[in-house]
Design a protein around this ligand. Structure first.
Ligand code: SAH
Length: 238
């Protein structure tokens, strides 16, 4: 990913260097303009939602923090004396993580990553990097390659069905084309506008079905306050 097309990495770099950042704006055809508070990418263990703290607790052995961002989870794992490798496609995020003290950081696309890990961690709707349901087969193949025997993938997501809720609380999905959790995002930081990219929110049932079709078992370890959940995927053969 090139720096002039990397709004999130630029925001991370600014916040890391100066302790503040401009607005990280998020556009999606489905929503009004939104923003990601850059400070949240630098959250400490105490500031993390319960789902993330649980994931860090359950993570064991050699851990891959995939899409690690500013490295908040990797730093928390290191403080817990756990063994973590952080990867991200953003060179600016990788540089910030190195300077922040993440010991093993690589600029690496998850889908091209090699090696063996006991735990793969994908947090902050981390499974979103899969993009669309159609990429789930490639995703599960890659997870199968990366997980050691007995390994686990921990990821969180949200069932965004609530977007389609009317004033009476009725969810009406008629007229929605394709899977409702497939969104397109584009981000902007200062004058740096990234490419639009697909981002997947997946409900727990759909995740379970796709996991089963690819030989994985899906446990929901925890549910959050707003349709969000933590899932653990393990091979059926274990
Ligand atoms: N997990 C972090 C950051 C979440 S933002 C946190 O919870 O704070 C998502 C991150 O995933 C971004 O830094 C983005 O650069 C990275 N990313 C997106 N696609 C990726 C891919 N295919 N491989 C590795 N990292 C990716």
């Amino acid at each position: 990913m090139t720096t002039e097309k990397d709004p999130m990495g630029s925001a991370i770099a600014d916040f890391h260097k100066t302790g503040k950042a401009a607005r990280l704006r998020v556009f999606s055809p489905m929503f009004d303009e939104d923003e990601i508070p850059v400070k949240t990418l630098f959250r400490t263990l105490d500031e993390m939602p319960a789902i993330e703290r649980e994931a860090l607790e359950v993570a064991s052995g050699s851990i891959l923090d995939a899409g690690a961002g500013a490295g908040c989870h990797s730093l928390a794992l290191q403080a817990m004396e756990k063994n973590v490798t952080a990867i991200d496609i953003s060179p600016l995020a990788v540089a910030a993580m190195q300077e922040r003290g993440v010991h093993d950081v690589r600029e690496q696309d998850f889908f091209a990553m090699q090696g063996q890990f006991d735990t793969i961690l994908m947090l902050m709707n981390g499974i979103g990097i899969v993009g669309t349901l159609s990429r789930l087969p490639a995703f599960f193949m890659q997870v199968d390659r990366l997980l050691s025997p007995g390994g686990q993938l921990l990821c969180d997501s949200s069932d965004i069905c609530y977007i389609f809720e009317d004033e009476d609380g009725i969810i009406d999905l008629t007229g929605v084309e394709g899977y409702y959790g497939e969104l397109t995002y584009q981000m902007q930081y200062r004058n740096i506008k990234g490419e639009a990219f697909p981002w997947l929110f997946i409900d727990p049932e759909t995740l379970r079905e796709h996991a089963a079709a690819h030989g994985f078992h899906c446990d929901i370890l925890m549910r959050g306050p707003h349709y969000d959940y933590l899932a653990r995927l393990t091979r059926n053969s274990q």
